[in-house]
Design a protein around this ligand. Sequence first.
Ligand code: KIV
Ligand code: ZN
Length: 386
Amino acid sequence: MGRTIRIFDTTLRDGEQSPGCSMNLNEKIEVAKQLEMLKVDIIEAGFAAASPGDAAAIAAIADIVRGSTICSLARCNEKDIDAAWNSIRRAENARIHTFLATSPVHMQYKLKMTPDEVVESVAHNVAYAKKYCDDIEFSAEDACRSDLDFLCRVFETAIKAGATTINIPDTVGYMIPEEYAARIRYLREHTPGIENIVLSCHMHNDLGMAVANSLAGVEAGIDQIECTINGIGERAGNASMEECVMALKTRADIFGIACSIDTTQIYRASRMIQTITGVSVAPTKPIVGANAFAHEAGIHQHGVMENKETYEIMTPESVGIPKNAIVLGKHSGRHAFEERLRELGYTLDQEKLNKTFEKFKALADKKKVIKDRDLEALVGAVPVSG
Ligand code: KIV
Ligand code: ZN
């Protein structure tokens, strides 16, 4: 595999901005340690200027975590950049991530700045951040609703002032994949100096396309994906890390791109975020949802028992789920039923097996899911030992 993609995790910053997802100091440290276990390249640990609590959490993470770069977000002003640097300065590898909006609607109504003032602010503040550290990321907020030639001008300015990573975020989740890829190609062709820069995507999921857009960006030359565990983040969330990473890995035949992530830590990370935030993922959520590796229909269950590749494009073990959870229900066949009984320790003679299977089918018509304790009640016997 030739290219490598950097994984920039923003669970602790954009993810934490998700309604109901705020975390306390100890929780943030626990999550940061898990991100280190996942081997993410960059951890965006927070937004130091947002609150003293955020700054303290970033500083604690910078002290503890080794191996991943620790990053703090900062608006394009000196006060934010000072706060960001103070929080990350003890990190083994530190990054300041500064941002300013570039779309007409943001410049006019939110910033109340002219395009020229935006360019001046980028030049001044990126250079100011550069006095503190080498690793500087600049993001053009709302880049995907910004004029492309203006974006080229802003990025050229940021690069001249010392930015080493340029982020092209879809702040409002507006893009479709081919459109985003075309934008990246245009910027690569028309921004002087961009060839030596790490290009980053940061996609929101308002139209459900954050992962698809990130992958389209990668094909167009993006080097870094910004994402979160379980896809948490502002509004409909960010691109989900587990989906981006497993797509790259499972379709390595298409992408041919490596990344540093230890995928066997994915499930643990997902469970941790669900427990800490109290926000559960849908059962159908790819990779980490309760049904992601569950097979209910009899034909599927039989196929998976004969050869997992019949209905599984990746293994549950590869994302850290110990075993595929076969759900028994009214669509289940005899093979799955017998297999589950065996796992529970029951070996029944043919006659008893037939009768129990009939009872099982009758019960399954009334209940959505048949649990182990239902099976035990149906069998009404003690396990045959040996
Ligand atoms: O969505 C966004 O534009 C952001 C920036 C701060 C990168 O979160
Ligand atoms: Zn964002």
